[in-house]
Design a protein around this ligand. Structure first.
Ligand code: SAH
Length: 216
């Protein structure tokens, strides 16, 4: 059993995350626990613990593990936090968040991806995650507020109606920049008096697009 839990590729996975600068022990432990091989396409299982993004259905991608760990670390999650994710994709980032936060609402514009992620998260017993089909750029007014917001698709600008859903003391992280090419991860913190903005690292995400997708 012990050898199954610590196959060589999982040890390399941890080493890579540490070497790239992830130091939060709770984040590292969670990255070790969440089975990324069950979130990628069956044909890619062998590559699940390499530090690279992989294709999923609907022309989307499951993010690179380092980026998932880095964004999670930057959110400084606590068990009491209510978290919003925009861009469910495979559900992997939502699973990681759910182990460190109180509960997670994740929004996806493709029905096929939302349904698959919901089924997968239920099967793996991530019971504090809710998957919603919808447009994260245009959420209904009654959703929120949140302690943490994470956007996992590239935005040209962060919509005001998203920032408005942050609690005081809340943190939002989003890749901001042109849809094609490189974006910068931006971290916004709502203080008593306004919004603090910090630029983190360069990243590449698939674009955030408006509306629920027409494709099934
Ligand atoms: N976090 C995911 C990877 C995200 S890929 C994971 O862990 O696997 C980005 C996802 O954002 C895609 O699935 C894409 O369909 C979705 N997306 C893009 N624009 C969106 C929008 N406006 N609202 C909701 N989801 C969106």
């Amino acid at each position: 059993m012990t050898t199954n839990q610590h196959p060589p590729e999982k040890m390399m996975f941890q080493l890579t995350l540490r070497r790239r600068g992830i130091s939060d022990q709770a984040v590292l432990r969670t990255m070790e626990e969440v089975p990324r091989d069950l979130f990628v396409e069956a044909a890619d299982r062998e590559d699940a613990y390499r530090d690279s993004a992989l294709p999923i259905a609907c022309g989307q991608t499951i993010s690179q593990p380092f980026v998932v760990a880095y964004m999670t670390e930057q959110l400084q999650l606590q068990k009491k936090h209510r978290v919003l994710e925009i861009g469910t994709g495979s559900g992997y980032q939502a699973a990681v968040l759910s182990r460190l936060a109180g509960n997670v609402l994740t929004v996806e514009r493709y029905r096929k991806l939302a349904d698959a992620a919901r089924a997968r998260l239920e099967k793996l017993a991530y019971h504090n995650v809710e998957v919603m089909l919808g447009d994260g750029l245009d959420l209904p007014a009654n959703i929120g507020p949140f302690d943490r917001i994470i956007v996992t698709a590239a935005m040209e600008v962060i919509p005001d109606n998203l920032i408005a859903r942050l609690e005081v003391g809340g943190v939002l992280i989003a890749p901001v920049g042109p849809h094609q090419g490189v974006q910068t991860l931006i971290r916004l913190t709502r203080t008593e008096t306004g919004i603090e903005r910090r630029e983190l690292v360069d990243v590449r995400f698939v674009p955030a697009l408006p509306g629920v997708a027409r494709e099934l």
